[in-house]
Design a protein around this ligand. Structure first.
Ligand code: HEM
Length: 489
């Protein structure tokens, strides 16, 4: 390996570990905040509704940003192994993420901002129990995060287009439509993780633009309340931005499977035409699937509701099915050792499937009539975020630590972490699903019965999860301190 190559690789690793460490640090803080809010719904903690909503606002946006920063770090590193990417741009984007996160914390903790992150206009401006500056700081904080995200997406998109000679190459159009000519000419399609990068960058750029449009409109209204916004327009833009950004965190982290599982199984995850077509589905539909958040809005044009249902199916199902099928085939009869890295990646696929099914169910109009705005909704997204995105990130982290030290964790440690994080996590999630099935509304500081009963179960589950996560942190620390035996590819 030449010295230029080593310093290039170190630069990639610097970006990746800075992003992951920051994302996971924010995650830990938000995990504690989440447990406090769930314990308060259970009646275990005397939290007044104002403090509950401020903490929940912080938890919601903080968690999404935590997952996004970690996932973007992994994806940036993996993409940089295939093409030119300037490290300094990644650090400027990182600066925006940090500045945005600080603004959001200031606005929620001393400022007591409390109308959540996907709030409905004119909510953050009327009847508030917090000062006006807190609303402004919140909006500016979110806008800063979006600026960082767009910078990341812009850099990635530009590099991808240059590397693969335009959109056709980046999306492997000829590889799918003229497969024989393409393969006979000796060309190769981009590896699977580059589709995750392309879709994140392309849809992320649209998401960021929309987020900034609605963010700027809200900031203008905050500065001059005589400038009124159309509430339906505001809701459409808010959910296009909010739904897509949260959803994209999954597509960032999925890259960990394409590269991490092969390291565990010693087999390669190949690009195939079904995989490419599945990613095309996500590219096109993830951005309009948000219509399912507006099923109850009778003023929304009716055709959009049907498009929303179809798009929800097409954005999620093909890519989950093809990726997970490929992942399972990779593991099947590979003789893979169930190290922590492998466990996290595999369990993450299960979380992705379960959360995906619950999401698609909720996006189905007749089911949505019952499930809309019940705790089923946080049930589905906590499944794919906590037991999907987070596990993919931890899986990638552990695969790296294990390969670097050529070491693995003991059986007892793996059991303790498995029972804590998967068992405790499942109990925590069950609390949301069961309460949702009983019609308990989401986003209530004080829930009607049987909400508090399920919240108690969920809080116990969350505490067990926390115990598992603490052991996981200690194990990561132990592995990281072992001498380096091998560089990770
Ligand atoms: C064990 C860990 C966690 C606990 C105890 C927890 C707790 C909660 C609670 C109690 C709610 C409010 C539910 C409601 O009544 O609507 C909530 C909402 C939310 N959580 Fe979590 N959560 C956890 C993990 C996560 C993770 C990993 C993420 C994302 C990566 C996340 C993102 C969110 C979001 C986006 C909301 C919605 C906030 C809103 O309605 O605006 N949470 N969480």
């Amino acid at each position: 390996m030449t010295s230029t190559h080593v310093s290039e690789q170190n630069a990639g690793l610097r970006v990746m570990w800075t992003y992951i460490a920051t994302g996971l640090a924010i995650f830990v803080l938000m995990l504690l905040v989440g447990i406090v809010t769930r314990a308060s719904q259970a009646g275990w903690l005397p939290l007044d509704p104002g403090s509950f909503y401020s903490l929940l606002s912080l938890h919601g946006v903080g968690m999404i940003v935590a997952m996004a920063i970690s996932g973007l770090g992994v994806l940036w590193y993996l993409a940089r192994r295939e093409m030119e990417l300037d490290e300094s741009i990644a650090f400027i984007a990182y600066g925006f993420f940090l500045a945005g996160t600080v603004c959001v914390i200031v606005s929620a903790i001393p400022g007591r901002y409390g109308s959540l992150w996907t709030m409905l206009y004119p909510l953050p401006f009327v009847g508030t129990y917090w000062p006006s500056w807190a609303t402004g700081t919140w909006l500016i904080g979110n806008a800063l995060v979006m600026l960082g995200f767009m910078l990341w997406c812009g850099q990635m998109l530009g590099a991808l287009l240059a590397r693969y000679g335009g959109v056709r190459g980046m999306l492997a159009v000829d590889y799918v439509l003229r497969n024989r000519d393409f393969t006979q000419s000796g060309k190769k399609p981009p590896p699977p993780q580059m589709f995750a990068a392309a879709i994140t960058a392309f849809d992320g750029f649209i998401t960021g633009t929309v987020g900034l449009v609605i963010g700027t409109a809200l900031i203008v209204h905050w500065m001059d309340p005589s400038v009124a916004l159309d509430p339906l327009w505001a809701k459409n833009l808010t959910y296009l931005f909010g739904h897509s950004f949260a959803n994209l965190t999954m597509y960032m982290a999925v890259a960990g499977i394409y590269v991490g599982l092969p390291l565990c199984t010693k087999r390669e995850y190949h690009t195939s035409p079904p995989l490419v077509v599945a990613w095309w589905g996500t590219l096109l539909f993830v951005i309009i699937a948000y219509f399912h958040h507006l099923y109850m809005d009778f003023v929304q044009m009716q055709w959009m509701q049907f498009v929303g249902e179809i798009a929800s199916y097409l954005a999620a199902i093909p890519v989950v099915v093809v990726t997970v099928y490929g992942g399972v085939m990779l593991v099947h009869r590979s003789g893979m050792r169930w190290s922590l890295g492998a466990m996290f990646l595999y369990a993450g696929m299960i979380g992705w499937v379960v959360g995906g099914i619950a999401a698609v169910l909720d996006a189905t109009i007749p089911a949505n009539v019952d499930l809309h705005n019940t705790l089923w909704v946080p049930g589905h997204f906590h499944t794919y975020l906590l037991e999907g995105v987070l596990l993919f990130i931890l899986g990638w982290v552990f695969v790296n630590l294990e390969q670097r030290a050529q070491a693995a964790s003991g059986l007892l440690t793996r059991w303790l972490i498995g029972v804590g994080m998967f068992g405790g996590g499942a109990l925590f999630l069950l609390g949301f699903y069961l309460a949702g099935a009983f019609g308990v509304p989401r986003r209530y500081a004080v829930e009607p019965a049987p909400g508090p009963f399920f919240a108690s179960l969920a809080t116990m589950g969350a505490l067990i999860f926390l115990a598992g996560f603490v052991i996981c942190g200690a194990e990561a620390w132990r592995l990281a301190r072992l001498p380096k035996r091998q560089a990770v590819g």
